[in-house]
Design a protein around this ligand. Structure first.
Ligand code: GDP
Length: 468
């Protein structure tokens, strides 16, 4: 007892009553980052000492530990501010609109005033503030990490092995032009820029087909690097190994091959490494969002591609002492949460299947990966719940259904969206696939202005409870 009291007191003194927690949120475009952060801020701002019915699973809201929450100026002034007000405004429109997705990085800071209500420190009536920095960045940028381990020639070979099925079809226009290029000739900057543009169009076309394994990630989300020569390169996927090695040995300075190699190296050193150095080493806790339902609407190739992407994202947090990320950036993340988003597209009885499917997607064969010293959790949520659950009785059986405004025709519909496979779907599934997840429009906010959600309280409990 005495020991634990002393320890608690020491801990409090060591960290002071004011603390900062840097929470990073990532996921591919349209995985739900903007909706997630908007809802997270909204749930916290609406904590009220009298009524916290919107967060039944978040203890600090219930036992009155949290006194109040407000938004304050962010700590990193060079990063775009997360547009919370604009997003709430969109949800308050008639009819309500989805907030506009963020691109690139954005940041926001909340001050959470609290007073301990449990544990030995409650006797000290001191109040503290937890400064919560929420920082979001595109998952696409994380897909670039392995480039740091590959030379230009190796990367070209790896891209060649990916060029199958739909990807091969989509690559034709760009590929035909690259084949005509004499790679040992002196570079023409305009031709190179045009070919890089064609390659970028190909990457966007892949995305439109639900194929998300895209490298280099900045090509589809360039932000301030748009049209910069640093993004004007592409892999050589039409040459075999010996042709590539021959070029590597013989190509002269100023040739296409040399310039492509230099641009690739520069991209790795400055863009990829720069990103990890600047942001990654400062993160305390990380949330990775994944929309595992939409790929089920596409094809087996889109689904397998998603698996590859998630495993790639996941490998960023797979810190073995010998891992690339550990060696280069010494990250300090202590909690990691993988979240399947948009869970209001399915009925609640299907949530365990969705979580299980995400785990399968993340970890090949569902094996448990090792995380050294990282507390990891998997869950499924709806940040902005657009549907209501209904229970219909048919022939004495209970059937769960969803009701919401369908985005495609803006009609109110009641439907049973089908069951989610709990394991990676096999060939048969794709042959009989009858999956059609509709998009829904957000519901109007009621007088309380609290965003309706599904399980955001369990997310807050995991991410924040030990800091309050
Ligand atoms: P981002 O690109 O990762 O920031 O993704 P967004 O948060 O902008 O989400 C992209 C789209 O997914 C939104 O416009 C919505 O159509 C949908 N969406 C996101 N979150 C939810 C959710 O909780 N429920 C539902 N039904 N749709 C969602």
């Amino acid at each position: 007892m005495l020991y634990s009291f002393r320890k608690e007191l020491n801990d409090a003194i060591n960290r002071g009553f004011d603390r900062t927690l840097r929470l990073a949120v990532t996921g591919l475009s349209r995985s739900g980052k903007t909706a997630f952060i908007t809802s997270l801020i909204n749930q916290l701002l609406n904590i009220d000492r009298n009524d916290n019915n919107h967060l039944p699973l978040f203890e600090a809201a219930h036992n009155n530990t949290i006194i109040g929450v407000k938004r304050i100026a962010q700590s990193d002034l060079s990063v775009s501010r997360f547009d919370y007000e604009g997003n709430i405004q969109a949800l308050n429109e008639i009819p309500p609109q989805w907030p506009k997705s963020t691109e690139g990085v954005s940041e926001t800071r909340l001050a959470i005033r609290y007073q301990r209500q449990s544990g030995l420190m409650r006797h000290f009536k001191e109040k503290g503030t937890l400064y919560l920095d929420i920082f979001d960045y595109p998952g696409e940028w994380l897909l670039d990490l392995p480039l740091l381990n590959l030379s230009y020639v190796q990367w070209s070979q790896q891209q060649q092995s990916l060029l199958q099925g739909k990807r091969q079809e989509l690559a034709q226009n760009w590929l035909e032009k690259v084949k005509k290029l004499d790679l040992s000739a002196v570079v023409n900057e305009d031709i190179l820029a045009q070919l890089a543009k064609d390659y970028t169009v190909f990457l966007f076309d892949c995305k439109a087909e639900g194929l998300h394994f895209i490298q280099p990630g900045r090509f589809v989300l360039p932000r301030e690097l748009e049209n910069a020569p640093i993004l004007q390169f592409f892999p050589l996927v039409h040459l075999n190994q010996s042709q590539l090695l021959q070029l590597q040995q013989n190509a002269k300075e100023g040739s296409y091959f040399k310039v492509l190699t230099q641009r690739y190296d520069y991209y790795c050193q400055h863009v990829v490494k720069g990103f990890y150095h600047r942001y990654f080493s400062t993160i305390d806790r990380q949330v990775v969002l994944a929309d595992c339902l939409t790929p089920l609407n596409y094809s087996q190739q889109a689904f397998l591609d998603m698996q590859q992407v998630l495993q790639q994202l996941f490998s960023n947090f797979h810190y073995g002492k010998r891992s690339l990320i550990h060696r280069l950036f010494s990250p300090r993340i202590d909690k990691l949460m993988f979240i399947a988003t948009k869970a209001d597209h399915i009925t609640t009885d299907q949530l365990p299947n969705l979580i299980s499917l995400m785990r399968q997607l993340l970890q090949e064969g569902g094996r448990h990966a090792e995380y050294e010293g990282i507390d990891t959790e998997y869950t499924a949520i709806a940040a902005i719940r657009a549907t209501k659950q209904w229970m219909i009785k048919q022939d004495g059986k209970r059937i769960y259904a969803l009701q919401g405004i369908r985005s495609s025709d803006k009609q109110q519909v009641t439907l049973y969206p089908g069951s989610v496979p709990s394991r990676l779907p096999n060939k048969q599934f794709w042959q009989n696939q009858n999956f059609e997840f509709d998009q829904f429009e957000p519901q109007p906010l009621d007088n309380s202005s609290v965003i309706p959600h599904l399980r955001m309280d369990s997310v807050l409990q995991f991410l924040l409870s030990d800091k309050l």
